[in-house]
Write a protein that binds this ligand. Structure first.
Ligand code: 1CP
Length: 356
């Protein structure tokens, strides 16, 4: 790496200990999308810079990554980026439209369009993420671990076919039925790019990794087992294999498959250290399904962040009591939403730390 200085020693490693099943001083807590639109300082910075300019400029990406840590006593940071940087690196244009979200004006419509993707050199086009991670490790001064992340193959395929977010993912689901062989090709191409990308993030300094399979919610259990699981397994297996061969320490990995509470047992068999839960899953049932050797992460309903502080405090305490202090990382069951009051984050973090 360009910056050869050793990284500062980690002071609060509760997140990593929880992921490995070791004893923690306190239940670690972080929040998906903790750097984002609910923070006025994020909104201010976004008035000055386009979304992908923030992602591509390490100083700006680090500033935004640091913003929630200045306000809240969080136990993790997550590098500011987006899952759609991979489709971009594969040659698709991705625009961020205010109030809409990501838009891909030239989506993959027919199997022939796969030829437009440019996997050669994709990793070098993502080097800015590695630069931001390395810079962030220094700026954190060892305060908390830094999480790297990626979108999972099915979720990325969905955005690339739909041309953006979709309530149904119906075009992408039609591909699975109408072009099963090309769908496999597509998912394998994405899996290869993802493994390269995660290896690069670990080399750059990511201390933990999360794979976002956010669009699992659109698949039936049978479809998730066919179109999600094999690729999620290959990501984990190949990454471990590559790092091990290069004598690079393997970092803990989280799988967050939103809406796949139907397959927790299957998810727990893929080799990930942590399984992220959305809020539809009952903590005790999840623990029964995954057994004692997996860490669970989640899973307060992001909507609960709009409740009175007292109610939010009680719900959070109750959640932590259900999961317990061992093998647990507190989080929401999906990303924090833009109108969330800042005070709710304070209440959440404090309630987690005081619960046990
Ligand atoms: O203009 C803005 O500032 C846009 C808001 C925004 C932000 C803050 C988007 C657009 N992405 C992000 C950052 C982001 N995205 C992070 C940052 C790190 C952190 O957690 O603090 C992460 C982890 C993501 C991941 C991401 N992007 C996911 C997976 C997690 C999830 O929410 O399910 C997905 C599906 C996306 C796509 C995306 N990017 C942005 C939006 C609004 C969306 C969702 C669009 C949709 O499906 O309708």
């Amino acid at each position: 790496m360009k910056d050869a200085k050793p990284f500062p020693v980690l002071k609060n490693d509760n997140l990593l200990r929880a992921a490995r099943g070791e004893v923690v001083d306190r239940v670690p807590v972080w929040v998906m999308r903790q750097a984002g639109r609910y923070l006025p300082e994020f909104q201010e910075l976004r008035k000055l810079h386009d979304f992908f300019t923030v992602c591509r400029t390490p100083e700006l990406a680090c500033e935004v990554t640091m913003q929630p840590l200045r306000r809240f006593d969080l136990d993790a940071s997550i590098i500011f980026s987006d899952i759609l940087v991979i489709p971009q690196a594969l040659g698709l244009t991705v625009e961020m439209h205010a109030g809409v979200g990501p838009v891909l004006p030239q989506p993959i419509v027919v199997p022939e369009d796969l030829k437009r993707l440019t996997p050669d050199g994709a990793l070098s086009r993502l080097s800015y993420v590695g630069d931001a991670i390395t810079m962030m490790r220094h700026k954190l001064e060892g305060r908390v671990p830094l999480i790297g992340f990626t979108g999972a193959p099915w979720t990325l395929m969905g955005y690339m076919i739909e041309g953006g977010g979709s309530k149904t993912m119906s075009k992408a689901k039609a591909w699975l039925n109408e072009h099963p062989e090309d769908s496999k090709l597509f998912l394998n191409l994405l899996t290869d790019a993802i493994v390269d990308y995660l290896e690069m993030q670990v080399k750059a300094g990511a201390q933990m990794l999360q794979v976002f399979e956010s669009s699992a919610e659109h698949l039936s259990k049978e479809q998730f087992l066919e179109w999600g699981v094999p690729y999620l397994k290959r990501i984990r297996d190949e990454l471990v294999d590559r790092l091990t061969k290069k004598a690079i320490p393997v970092v803990p990995m989280t799988l967050f498959a939103k809406g796949a509470g139907h397959s927790l047992k299957e998810q727990s068999e893929l080799g990930y250290d942590v399984i992220g839960l959305d809020w539809t899953v009952d903590p005790l049932e999840a623990r029964n399904l995954v057994g004692p050797n997996i860490t669970l992460q989640g899973n307060l309903d992001p909507q609960d962040m709009y409740r009175d502080p007292e109610e939010l405090r009680n719900l959070t305490t109750e959640m932590v009591h259900k999961f317990g202090k061992s093998r647990y990382i507190a989080n929401l069951g999906h990303g924090i939403t833009p109108q969330t009051p800042i005070t709710s984050m304070e209440v959440l973090v404090e309630a987690v730390h005081k619960a046990l």
